[in-house]
Write a protein that binds this ligand. Structure first.
Ligand code: 4AD
Ligand code: MG
Length: 465
């Protein structure tokens, strides 16, 4: 089916049948040449590669050709022929050019190549037109597709959990409020507190930090589910690994203990990386050439090796014995920072690491408590260059232990009664984890800043586009 009256450039570049008339549409990346002949590199986002359009200057209107500048949008009709130049298999000998839209060279921000990633963040509305962001966005799409594919093949049900919620799943309290109140003058009760019973939902609501709690409700009926949606955290951390709005994939499995959970996490990550190596080769090679020579060997290494599985306590011992100076000093009970995670992964083991059995005090209320009374059955997957890529756990399935933990942490039962009902009625061992989609993309693309793997990043003081 021909859509939009054109063939995509990715298809044209792979075409075997030459000598026929084709139509390509896209944006001009470069134009070069002389008085007699012009070469226009055209890109439509279907591939990292441009198609070369060869223009016999004498055959075309001078005015029209003057307007064919970087950024302009064209319809090109011509003959698809073998290319004599190196670097491309085929090119188009133009017979007609229609100009859809000009791009004034004086003001088009992408007139020149080689802009810094920092600058491109300021023009996030135009940066998809660069090679880098074209590549990143195609890989992002491929990974989203592969995620659904993986779970579909393994019999998981895609569960849509709400974005607006009344609960704080992670208990970190870093939530964005959702309200229809006039923020200048919200209704107040007799004590002067804001009266959320009069708000849209009749209670104080927030944007979700995780779909897990609702995911568990699904798993306790459908046995294996996953969520894949946006999550929001109002943490004021301006790091290259944190976003205020990010996407998370959260599988949740009934009848699974922590070992099954670790096995799934490892198999899932390896599947996704293999998928990228197989289906996004051109884009990965481009990104490797531009930013990170080690990218492809690093991806292959992760796919080809078992992840190390280690107790948190052993991890702490290794860090303490390392002789390394850390910004945050190490002792049992420490919530590991990325400097510690990366030491274990990059310096000590030189492999991805799954750390388990963390101190209960630094982990969420729902994690399964170990018999030692000190640790919970948490698991974090730590990756080179990234640190934590996955956080998960076996869940506490005992109603008694869970309500006791809620009481200790001051979580009112009236807020989580529906969650506790899964333990009250037909409880079962179950486990799950959350993969940060953009952290995965950082790893797969080799990009260094999380703002560069999502089309329109949301970070403190940044929501322009
Ligand atoms: O470790 P976290 O907070 O775990 C949860 O939210 C659990 N409810 C998941 C579960 O068990 N179903 O977050 C999970 C992952 C992290 O490992 C990280 O990859 C990513 O989400 N993440 C972020 N990514 C970008 N920006 C942020 N601010 C992130 N916070 C967490
Ligand atoms: Mg975590």
């Amino acid at each position: 089916m021909l859509r939009g009256g054109r063939t995509k450039i990715a298809t044209l570049l792979g075409a075997k049948e030459l000598g026929r008339e084709v139509v390509a549409k896209g944006w001009v990346r470069t134009k070069r040449g002389n008085k007699n002949i012009a070469f226009v590199a055209l890109n439509d986002g279907s591939t990292i590669h441009n198609i070369q359009v060869v223009v016999d200057v004498a055959q075309f209107d001078e005015e029209l050709l003057r307007s064919v500048t970087t950024g302009a949008c064209l319809k090109v009709t011509g003959t698809l022929v073998e290319s004599l130049g190196s670097g491309q298999p085929v090119e188009i000998q133009a017979t007609a050019i229609e100009l859809y839209g000009t791009a004034d060279p004086e003001t088009y921000p992408l007139q020149k190549k080689g802009h810094s990633l920092e600058f491109l963040r300021e023009i996030a509305h135009l940066r998809p037109r660069t090679n880098t962001f074209g590549a990143v966005l195609r890989v992002r799409h491929a990974m989203a597709f592969a995620i659904h594919n993986y779970f579909n093949e393994h019999g998981f049900v895609y569960l849509h959990t709400p974005i607006i919620t009344g609960s704080d799943a992670e208990g970190a309290g870093q939530m964005f409020s959702v309200t229809t109140f006039d923020i200048e003058a919200p209704p107040r009760d007799e004590q002067g507190q804001i009266d959320f019973t009069k708000d849209f939902f009749g209670k104080h609501c927030n944007l979700t930090v995780s779909g897990q709690l609702e995911g568990e409700l699904g798993a306790m009926a459908l046995s294996e589910i996953y969520t894949f949606g946006p999550t929001f955290r109002a943490e004021n951390s301006n790091t290259p690994r944190h976003l205020a709005e990010f996407w998370m994939i959260e599988p949740e499995m009934a009848f699974c203990e922590i070992e099954d959970n670790m096995n799934l996490a490892e198999d899932f990550l390896k599947y996704l990386i293999t998928y990228a190596l197989t289906h996004c080769r051109d884009d990965l090679e481009f990104l490797a050439k531009m930013y990170d020579e080690e990218l492809i060997p690093r991806l292959q290494f992760v796919v080809g090796n078992d992840f190390v599985r280690l107790d948190y306590a052993e991890g702490i011992e290794i860090l303490m014995a390392s002789g390394q100076k850390f910004e945050f000093p190490v002792s049992w009970g420490l919530d590991l920072q990325s400097e510690h995670e990366r030491y274990l992964v990059e310096k000590h083991f030189r492999k991805p690491v799954i750390l388990t059995n963390y101190p209960r005090e630094i982990k969420a209320f729902y994690m399964k408590q170990n018999d030692d009374g000190k640790t919970v059955r948490a698991m974090d997957v730590l990756f080179p260059k990234i640190g934590e890529i996955i956080g998960g756990s076996q869940r506490e399935e005992s109603l008694e232990k869970l309500t006791a933990r809620c009481a200790e942490l001051g979580i009112p039962e009236k807020d989580v009664w529906w969650y506790l009902d899964t333990r009250r009625f037909g409880t079962a061992p179950h486990s799950g984890f959350g993969l940060g989609f953009e952290r995965l993309l950082l790893f797969v693309t080799g990009m260094a800043n999380i703002r560069d793997v999502i089309p329109f990043p949301r970070t403190p003081k940044n929501a322009e586009f």
